[in-house]
Design a protein around this ligand. Structure first.
Ligand SMILES: [Zn+2]
Length: 258
């Protein structure tokens, strides 16, 4: 059994499949193994776990689309169903947006915020990898803009979820890293607060929530109550807490609408 993370507002969408994988999966009762463990991103084991995850979500296909994540703000738009997944995997980007049904899109994280955006009106989905650097570069806003530009989506129609990520409770950085957030939060400082001398806590899900709100996404349509990967490290990978570690897979796929 794979105890994945789901958000109700997305589960309620009849033509959308989504989920974030955990750090362990149960192989037999009481016995478990690491899911998507360290340094296996391109190995057979990663592919095997990817397949298991797809199956657990009821997806028969083995093919899925990932990009080369670089902590930037570029959004890849998957428009051609005939493009090879391998070709897409070389694209440097930190979000994938698509209108194509039966084409799972995925990003990998361990602390960074995995964001799923769904527009039920235009039937378009996207996954976003928003870490500290990507958040500063406004990757989430870029993804929202891409929905609007490419598909005519309105932010007020979008449903958004943020999965397991390091929370403002645990994500401590030095002043240099915090400064751009402090500058940005001059009006509203809810996502950065002072810790011990020279240190600050940054709340990346909250920073992204505000960004989504400013872009016009309705408050009730943004879910940010996902678990903290550091507080709940027994369930989710945390790069901050562990150093070298595995990755959480966050996946979304559109079903053909009837
Ligand atoms: Zn925490």
């Amino acid at each position: 059994m794979i105890a994945s993370f789901f958000v109700k507002s997305l589960q309620n969408q009849p033509s959308l499949v989504h989920g974030t994988s955990p750090r362990f999966y149960e192989i037999e009762k009481g016995e478990r193994e690491s899911f998507c463990p360290p340094e296996n991103d391109n190995s057979g084991l990663f592919r095997e776990h990817q397949k298991l995850f797809l199956q657990s979500l009821g997806i028969e296909k083995e093919n899925l689309f990932r990009v080369k994540q670089v902590h930037g703000n570029r959004v890849y738009v998957l428009k051609d169903s005939k493009v090879f997944a391998d070709e897409v995997s070389h694209q440097e980007a930190d979000a994938i947006v698509t209108h194509l049904p039966d084409c799972p899109v995925m990003i990998l994280t361990a602390d960074c915020v995995p964001i799923i955006i769904y527009d039920p009106v235009k039937h378009v989905v996207g996954v976003v990898h928003a870490g500290r650097v990507g958040t500063l570069k406004r990757i989430f806003s870029n993804a929202i803009e891409t929905f609007s530009r490419e598909y005519g989506s309105r932010p007020s129609d979008m449903v958004v979820s943020m999965g397991p990520a390091i929370g403002g409770c645990c994500y401590e950085v030095d002043e240099q890293c915090a400064l751009p957030f402090i500058e940005r939060s001059s009006v509203n400082s809810r996502f950065v607060r002072k810790a011990r001398a020279g240190k600050f806590f940054i709340d990346l899900p909250e920073a992204n929530r505000l960004e989504g709100s400013e872009a016009g996404i309705l408050k009730e349509n943004i879910y940010t109550d996902g678990p903290c990967t550091s507080c709940e490290n027994h369930r989710w990978y945390s790069y901050r807490k562990e150093g070298k570690t595995g990755r959480l897979m966050t996946l979304a796929m559109l079903r053909q609408r009837k």
